[in-house]
Design a protein around this ligand. Structure first.
Ligand code: ZN
Length: 202
């Protein structure tokens, strides 16, 4: 399976990192070794001093597709969940400045905690509220309404370049409020009021 992520999909977050709002989705990927399932803890890696949480809505592909048209994209995913796109911000800043690829900052082991999924067959995807609590306090909240590129646009765009397969995951971008984590932090992600994901930093 493949894991795709969308960068800069919420304008407030693009602004907080000093990035322009993109014309096309910014896409990167992570290997399957990035996944953390079943609320497994995240171990802070030694190569970074500035690992940020980015809470994101994640869709799961349930049908093989290639060159999917936006108007039919909804037929290719049927579940939504919550994930964290852990980012070594210090490394990413360095790589960005040099115009180098982001993998070392984004795709390392454990950089993609993933929680439970809910079926969305009859759900309105245009106003899904989600949030992240750190040690009980809300630190990030977003709404799919504020996405620059919709789920359908993202699926259509990615499938122009990559065949999507059953089980592939797409992390659809983070709202503002990203910040560093430290050992002992407890992260909890919610869709509406439902706890979807929890992850302790060790
Ligand atoms: Zn992200």
């Amino acid at each position: 399976m493949k894991i795709f992520c969308v960068g800069r999909n919420y304008s407030e977050h693009a602004k907080e990192l000093g990035n322009a709002v993109p014309e096309n989705p910014v896409i990167f990927s992570k290997p399957d070794t990035a996944l953390l399932k079943n609320n497994e803890p995240f171990y802070l890696p030694s190569f970074s001093n500035d690992i940020h949480h980015e809470v994101e809505l994640v869709i799961r592909i349930n049908k093989v597709g290639k060159k999917i048209q936006e108007q039919f994209a909804r037929n290719y995913f049927n579940e939504i969940g919550l994930g964290i796109d852990f980012t070594a911000r210090d490394i990413q800043t360095h790589l960005k400045a040099k115009g180098l690829p982001w993998e070392l900052a984004k795709a390392f082991d454990g950089s993609a905690p993933i929680g439970n999924f809910i079926n969305i067959e009859n759900k309105d995807l245009s106003t899904i509220h989600f949030s992240l609590k750190k040690n009980g306090e809300i630190v990030q909240q977003g709404n799919s309404h504020d996405m620059i590129f919709s789920f359908e646009k993202i699926v259509a765009f990615i499938s122009n370049y990559f065949t999507l397969k059953v089980g592939d995951l797409i992390y659809t971008g983070t709202p503002s409020g990203v910040a560093a984590v430290k050992i002992g932090d407890k992260l909890e992600g919610f869709i509406e009021n439902d706890l979807m994901l929890s992850c302790e930093v060790k």
